[in-house]
Design a protein around this ligand. Structure first.
Ligand SMILES: NC(=O)c1ccc[n+]([C@@H]2O[C@H](COP(=O)([O-])OP(=O)(O)OC[C@H]3O[C@@H](n4cnc5c(N)ncnc54)[C@H](OP(=O)(O)O)[C@@H]3O)[C@@H](O)[C@H]2O)c1
Length: 267
């Protein structure tokens, strides 16, 4: 195991920064990113479809379905009205819910929903929140893609294609906005053991009558193995986000950063 818990965080590094992280609940990467950037002193607003019971600061939470036009409009309007914009935008939400069984099982509606969630949500939020960034001549945008954009999954071809489109869009946006003081980058995680991933592994273990560890191993094997020997923790992805949104990364523009323990073998 590494020494992640000993990493020192500067509590003032992001002081005064307004941040939006989409999908910051339910023990996923978004939640880890919210916690990490909050520890660095930022004011972090988050969104989800379900309002968490334990919500402490309602001003920093927006209930909205990000895969719809209405959902993104609601988020943008709220942020412009209450905060005048954000300095940092982390487009974290993304998922695949297409049926298994191959290409013929995947309907137009499945493809559309997947692209709405994984591509258009980010395009719409960026478009709504870039104007105040342009006005202040400063901003940072992160898109969370996936290694699947280069390594398409067996039953997740729509998701992989949407993430490929997101990475491509992110690069074009970075080129357009860099001269105006806005840095855009993307992050491609590998197999990250979020609460949702844990539930998936538990379900697989139950269905196959094997242990949790055996089910996790078979998922790792289906990826061709993970050279580092384990899955990622959401906090490890959050650490990369914390670096990329900070001024420590002031010259990093238009790059996709893979964080996968070595799963993708190609350069
Ligand atoms: N986990 C992995 O192994 C992995 C690997 C590669 C890439 N990624 C990418 O990393 C990002 C984070 O994934 P994760 O696994 O950490 O996610 P997660 O655990 O599934 O968390 C999802 C979060 O997003 C919210 N959410 C989901 N759909 C939403 C919608 N339509 N509108 C608004 N909020 C929504 C959820 O709340 P509600 O359900 O209440 O809406 C929750 O807050 C995604 O872009 C994913 O594609 C994940």
């Amino acid at each position: 195991m590494n020494n992640y818990n000993h990493i020192e965080i500067d509590p003032k590094e992001l002081a005064g920064k307004r941040v939006l992280v989409t999908g910051g609940t339910k023990g996923g990467m978004g939640e880890a990113i919210v916690k990490r950037l909050t520890k660095a002193g930022a004011t972090v607003i988050t969104t989800a479809r379900t309002t968490p019971d334990e919500l402490k600061n309602t001003e920093l939470f927006i209930q909205a379905d990000i895969s719809t036009v209405d959902g993104t409009v609601k988020i943008v309007d709220y942020i412009l009205e209450r905060f005048g914009g954000v300095d940092i935008l982390v487009n974290n939400v993304g998922s695949s819910s297409t049926p298994t069984g191959g290409v013929l099982k995947q309907t137009d509606a499945d493809w559309q929903r997947t692209f709405d969630t994984n591509l258009f949500a980010a395009v719409r939020l960026d478009r709504g929140l870039i104007p105040p960034m342009l006005k202040q001549g400063y901003g940072v945008i992160i898109h969370i893609t996936s290694i699947q954009r280069r390594f398409p999954g067996e039953n997740t071809m729509a998701y992989s294609a949407a993430k490929a489109a997101l990475a491509n869009y992110s690069k074009a946006l970075a080129t357009e906005l860099a001269p105006k003081g806005i840095r855009v980058n993307s992050i491609a995680p590998g197999f990250t053991e979020t609460k949702a991933a844990e539930r998936l592994i538990e379900r697989m273990a139950q269905e196959r009558g094997c242990t949790y560890d055996a089910a996790r191993q078979s998922l790792m094997d289906s990826l061709g193995g993970i050279p580092i020997g384990r899955t990622a923790r959401p906090e490890e992805v959050a650490e990369m986000v914390a670096f990329l949104v900070s001024d420590r990364a002031s010259y990093i523009v238009g790059a996709e950063h893979t964080i996968d323990g070595g799963i993708v073998r190609t350069l």
